[in-house]
Ligand binder design. Structure first.
Ligand code: CUA
Length: 333
């Protein structure tokens, strides 16, 4: 009995933690997620009530059959009361299903109405990270990666693409899932209503590191968003100090520039994430490591140990050279 109680308490606590937090469909932080949550709640109540009724009738049927075994008379299948009861039950099921279908249709139509306007953000799924492009007020597109910033109380139209396999773009606190399909452009509108961080996750199995394909999402005020966008649009900071200058030379001599772009430096390849402001992000390698000098060093030295299968090859830098590269990248805020 004690064990059963402990198990029930643990289960209740787990359920409570899933009800809120930065990656929960039950803690909506935007219009689209709020609508889905209302639909989900309606389905829960209707289906929960239907389930309880079925259990009540099942218990009643068992009770009756036990009475018959004890010698009670058989019920008459032509009893008009029984027929009326069955008809009422069928009607109730019909009404319940009609309500659910109607509500689903209305929520779906409301998403279609959100769809006005052209995309200002483009997110492309890659194995296993997110390429993110923003259209500046001037019309120019700039690129960053793995961290999506959105203005609060404002609909943002996001174009959804994939460059390799099918991924799925999913920020549970903001909206539902949408597939990222190679060769096809999907779109989703996000209207966040709460400031702060939430977490997205690729929701379609896309290979070895599907689980480590996370997306940090920051919702901020209009002023903060505009300031952040302006910082991201600026070219990379020049290296400061001897160590960072050595790192800059190594990075731009091919060690990193064969695969990455650093705007303002001679690095224009696009195989890997844009590194122009890499150190301004909270995490490295799509949520795999918290950003910092140690994480950058570890990632440069042993990417396959930290994220097996990732496209990033290990480098053959000496310890001091790797430290210099990390010093330069750490300055790219
Ligand atoms: Cu990308 Cu799963």
């Amino acid at each position: 009995m004690k064990r059963l109680l402990t198990a029930l308490v643990c289960l209740a606590c787990t359920a409570c933690t899933a009800c809120s937090g930065p990656q929960s469909v039950l803690d909506p932080a935007g219009d689209q997620a709020a609508r889905l949550f209302s639909l989900w709640s309606l389905m829960l109540w209707v289906c929960g009530a239907a389930y309880l009724l079925v259990m009540v009738f099942l218990g009643w049927a068992i009770w009756r059959s036990r009475r018959q075994l004890a010698g009670a008379p058989e019920p008459n299948p032509h009893d008009p009361g029984l027929r009326r009861g069955l008809a009422a039950w069928a009607l109730l099921i019909f009404i319940g299903l009609a309500v659910l279908i109607g509500a689903s249709f209305l929520v779906d139509r409301s998403f279609a109405r959100d769809a006005a306007g052209s995309p200002t953000v483009r997110v492309t799924g890659q194995q296993w990270w997110w390429r993110i492009q923003y259209r500046l007020p001037s019309g120019v597109w700039i690129e960053t990666a793995n961290e999506l910033h959105l203005p609060v109380n404002r609909p943002t139209r996001v174009e959804i693409l994939s460059s390799d396999v099918i991924h799925s773009f999913w920020i549970p606190n903001l909206s539902g899932k949408i597939d990222m399909i190679p060769g096809r452009a999907n779109a989703i509108t996000l209207t966040p209503r709460r400031l702060g961080w939430v977490r997205g996750q690729c929701a379609e199995f896309c290979g070895l590191q599907h689980a480590q394909m996370a997306l940090d999402v920051k919702v901020e005020s209009d002023a903060d968003y505009a300031a952040w966008l302006a910082r991201q649009a600026a070219p990379a900071s020049p290296p400061k100090g001897d160590e960072a200058t050595l790192g800059y030379r190594l990075v731009t001599s091919g060690v990193c520039s064969n695969c990455h772009t650093i705007r303002g430096a001679p690095a224009v390849a696009r195989a890997g994430p844009d590194l122009t402001h890499v150190a301004s992000r909270r995490t490295l390698a799509a949520g795999t490591l918290p950003m910092g000098r140690g994480a950058i060093m570890g990632w440069i030295a042993q990417p396959q140990a930290l994220k097996p299968g990732a496209q990033m090859p290990p480098t053959s830098l000496s310890g001091s050279d790797a430290n210099a590269v990390a010093a330069y990248l750490e300055g790219l805020t």
